[in-house]
Design a protein around this ligand. Sequence first.
Ligand code: NOJ
Length: 517
Amino acid sequence: MPENKQPEWLADATFYEIYPQSFQDTNADGIGDIPGIIKRLDYIKELGCNAIWLNPCFLSPFGDAGYDVEDYYTVAPRYGTNEDIAHLFEEAHKRDMHVILDLVPGHTAVTHKWFKESMKAEKNEYTDRYVWTDCIWEEPQGMNCIRGISDRDGSCAVNFFSHQPALNYGFYTQERDWQQPQDAPGPQATLEAMKDVMRFWLTMGCDGFRVDMAGSLVKNDPDSKGTIKLWQNVREFLNAEFPKAAMVSEWGEPDKSILGGFHMDFLLHFGPSHYNDLFRCEEPFFSSRGKGDVSVFVEKYIENYKKADKKGLICIPSGNHDMDRLARLLHGDELKIAFAFLLSMPGAPFIYYGDEIGMRYVEGLDSVEGGYGRTGSRSPMQWDQGVNAGFSTAPKEKLYISQDPKKDRPTVAAQIQDPDSLYQEVKKLLQVRKAHKALSNQEDISFVYAKKDAYPLAYIRSNYEEKVLVVINPSAQNVSFDFDEEGKETIYAFGGKVECDGSKVTAEGQSVAFIRL
Ligand code: NOJ
């Protein structure tokens, strides 16, 4: 396994996810753009985030909001130009911030020139760039496919939507003639092409990638051995050429992702993590009703933490462009308490734009660019009380997605003015995290109290110089548990009183405390 050193900047990185379409429009076309992101860098910095994950911003037919890439090398004109993004990298670096781009290595758009060439009957450089069967009547087993639109006699596997043909990185085990091994020339060329894409943006100044569906590349690979090997090859390339580049996977299995040379992996709203038990289920743990259960989440977390054998690897996002807004089921103080958890756990925090002000899921929207149910979580940022909440000066009907129509929709401007706002609490929490190394990305965690159907949740974050007990009671009831260490100093508190007297911890309803031991 190649060496996998974390770039130093990741130890204190706190990310802000920007959906470029919906963040800030500067040219009145109703859609966000890169100059808009540059304009808001100081806002992000002031909030306390020092890194950005930018969703795909490349040329695309936008059948999946840009996750259907038509040209990996060109910024989509609606967001600006390659010069604009180079400028964004520069402006971010000036502020000691980092920017990671979204790499979509698993599939392209059907309009990508590779796919157009690949559809041709005559053999060419791109014939093996995608996963094709060798007869139109044969489907790729276990995968959906595109067929009947090419002169080529074959069906092409798709990776996600049916307009996203799967790039060919080979099959771990081959059962049919058309299934190529990983080291065949076609799959090798695909991988080299993807490394070229990475090289291009890293050379321009980007600081790494969030990798879309990172675990999906090699097919017939149930234990991911082939996919891990593929990413190890990428790791060697990065070690040699871009050792400071950060790699964050959308994989959801940190033990595999780390073997593949990633630095961090996301806990996802699908798969085995039980992440949804916390914020997005019928009785979320963070609801004040106090009927949730955190125990299975913690069990899985510990399992992963041990398997991954590396601190700071598991990132728990506040949300993202694929899931319901945090504020769909949680409200008021519940959100603040949820953030106290999100911002005191190991792994880099990832705040989805607008979650810091509790932007709501916009109900009842028509799907935009393949968003479907996700569209309501992708509405334009609410900056102030101005036209279109300061997002754009375009006529309202031209906005990329309709905004939250409610009169009391949260805005950045109002929350900056209000000392009790969610924005202020998130900012405070980020400051506390920064001031106490024990709370930072790569330091230890051990769980103290995480019982089935019970509250609170308690854990200790520690490093060689400090030990911090985190007590989180989202429920409205007073709760307690035995604990024989005495608290020395409370470094953060929210809501009801929390006491740690050397025999037990008691926490009033809806309370949080970070206590130095
Ligand atoms: C995961 C991305 O987050 C999602 O938005 C996209 O639709 C799929 N991957 C396909 O690329």
